[in-house]
Write a protein that binds this ligand. Sequence first.
Ligand SMILES: CC(C)(COP(=O)(O)OP(=O)(O)OC[C@H]1O[C@@H](n2cnc3c(N)ncnc32)[C@H](O)[C@@H]1OP(=O)(O)O)[C@@H](O)C(=O)NCCC(=O)NCCS
Length: 208
Amino acid sequence: MERLSDDDLDESAKIHRLTFPFAAISQLGLTVTERYHASLLARDDLVAFAAFERSRLVGFCFGGTARDVEGAFLRDNLSFIASQILARPLLLTQPFIRQRIGAGLRFLRPQFASGSSAPPRPEERADIEAVRSFTLLYVAVHPAFQRRGVAKQLLEHAEQHARSEGFGRLELSVYLNNTRAIEFYEHAGWQRLVQDGEWLGFMFKSLH
Ligand SMILES: CC(C)(COP(=O)(O)OP(=O)(O)OC[C@H]1O[C@@H](n2cnc3c(N)ncnc32)[C@H](O)[C@@H]1OP(=O)(O)O)[C@@H](O)C(=O)NCCC(=O)NCCS
């Protein structure tokens, strides 16, 4: 499997917007999403794998040890984001964007990019800090190419990479209403991380 490259960014951004339509980055438009992917690719604490069918990018996966990538991107690109919003004032009618702005750009808070909420507090993570974790930030497959094993290949590749880099565990967070992805991960051997009897969307897979 190949690594995602700068040449793939226009397509990866399109897939991002199709597969995460309600995410803040997607709502901000293709240009922002493409720039976001470029910022992820430029990080040395993330790797990105790409799946192709007949030379067409059909899926990607970002993972690594990075935290708060979305917040870092938004902080570093505030004026650009503001210009995009001003150029498309209709964005302000989107409840999601309004909510973010109304909260004083609270979307700058740390979070797992694909997750439903903040990651576990340090004390809650005590049990998972003993091993190095490789976090999957995004796994996405173009809707026209889903249910053909593309994500399975991406996951297997990410897992292989994490093992070879000495990580003991994979982890991710998923929106609680993303039942499709949850079923997919469970099917691939992932478990829910239940904290105080409650599941907040965090999942893990031990590599031992
Ligand atoms: C979740 C997602 C990545 C799955 O991609 P995909 O390419 O369709 O998945 P695959 O075809 O590789 O499925 C792999 C296995 O999981 C199973 N699977 C896939 N979707 C499933 C579902 N909804 N329920 C149960 N099993 C499922 C497949 O049957 C397959 O099983 P098999 O190996 O026995 O054949 C894709 O639906 C997607 O991009 N969703 C939007 C983005 C997203 O939510 N990403 C996850 C959060 S980061």
